[in-house]
Design a protein around this ligand. Structure first.
Ligand SMILES: NC(=O)c1ccc[n+]([C@@H]2O[C@H](COP(=O)([O-])OP(=O)(O)OC[C@H]3O[C@@H](n4cnc5c(N)ncnc54)[C@H](OP(=O)(O)O)[C@@H]3O)[C@@H](O)[C@H]2O)c1
Length: 319
């Protein structure tokens, strides 16, 4: 089954996820969707110093939004912040240093943020593919801690703030790679299998899709979406997938092309008219499963994911 899934997925990717896939999909875009002024609205983007996150932040800043950049490295973050300000002329760009693999730190950050700021849109973009099994200081597997638990804790902690605002949205940058994985809640820390970073990453990205669907069911007044940026030429792809990068480098999307649907989901009135909880690619809701791939999960499995994340997140919540 994994051979079948990988082959179908890769062929799909060659057609849709590449730069030419973007160019052909973009013929159907409505340019007016992004001709908006979001002055007065507040956007938080994790992993905003680089790649898709930085490109999305720049586009939102051009449209007047107030930006809260969440980055783990102060030097890289300061550089990105000043580049965004210089390029857009928007001075409302604020920096917060936070490691998304540290759940306690995320809780503390969010509690403080809530007392000082408002928030209309949260963009969960930070992500990693660590190819060796590495544990955080809390003993959590690094990919899971960053991609799944970090996303869960930050979103959960900020929901009350988002709920106070008009047209609140949560966008999570997942990956089409999740299509090769069925949700698996039996081993969230990947401690019981031969470790394969690509598959752990794909599993985390599947978890983000399920999480988004579950949030949308419960929090009706917030618009949730999850998306695939396509295959874009970013530092993460170069460093975590060097062979894929060498093979595909002439076909990859630009960072801005990868960020296009993030920006569309974050700012356009058209995106908010779509149902909450969907998975997007190139401004369209798309299927969350490959045909005949047997990746559907049961409601019980999905409930178990939420239970496990809730239990873990509470363990790190400061009292
Ligand atoms: N590029 C693609 O083809 C592609 C395809 C599918 C999905 N995605 C997803 O797109 C998102 C953005 O990735 P990208 O391709 O734009 O790569 P990128 O340029 O390397 O950006 C990843 C960002 O996440 C940050 N980050 C990673 N771990 C973090 C942590 N523990 N705490 C805080 N920030 C952390 C990175 O910070 P540092 O600079 O400090 O490392 C960086 O800012 C990711 O979720 C990725 O999975 C990308």
């Amino acid at each position: 089954m994994s051979w079948y899934r990988n082959a179908v997925w890769f062929l799909k990717g060659l057609r849709e996820y590449t730069r030419s896939g973007y160019e052909s999909a973009s013929k159907h875009f409505v340019p007016a969707d992004l001709e908006v002024n979001v002055t007065g609205r507040s956007f938080m983007i994790t992993g905003a110093n680089s790649g898709i996150g930085k490109a999305a932040a720049t586009e939102i800043a051009k449209r007047g939004g107030t930006l809260h950049l969440i980055c783990r490295n102060k030097e890289r973050a300061e550089e990105a912040k000043s580049e965004i300000i210089t390029e857009t002329g928007n001075q409302n760009v604020f920096l917060h240093i936070l490691d998304m693999s540290n759940p306690k730190g995320i809780w503390e950050f969010a509690e403080k943020f809530k007392t000082e700021h408002k928030l209309n849109v949260l963009i969960n973009n930070a992500g990693c593919m660590v190819n060796e099994r590495e544990l955080t200081e809390d003993g959590l597997e690094k990919n899971f801690a960053t991609n799944t638990l970090g996303t869960y804790v930050l979103t959960t902690a900020l929901l009350p703030l988002l709920e106070k605002e008009d047209d609140p949205r949560v966008i999570t940058v997942s990956s089409g790679g999740m299509l090769v994985q069925k949700l698996d809640v039996s081993d969230l820390q990947s401690g019981n299998v031969t470790f394969d970073g690509t598959m752990v990453y794909a599993q985390n990205k599947r978890q983000q899709v399920v999480l988004t669907e579950q949030w949308a069911k419960v929090h009706k007044n917030i618009h949730f979406s999850v998306m695939h940026p396509g295959w874009a030429d970013t530092p993460a792809v170069r460093s975590a997938m060097p062979e894929f990068y060498e093979r595909m480098k002439n076909k990859l999307r630009t960072e801005a092309q990868g960020a296009d649907t993030v920006v569309w989901l974050a700012v356009s009135p058209a995106a908010a008219k779509q149902a909450s909880g969907l998975f997007f690619q190139d401004r369209q809701p798309v299927a969350t499963h490959l045909p005949f791939a047997r990746t559907y999960s049961s409601p019980e499995e999905e409930a178990r994911l939420i239970e496990a994340l809730e239990e873990l997140s509470q363990r790190f919540k400061p009292t």
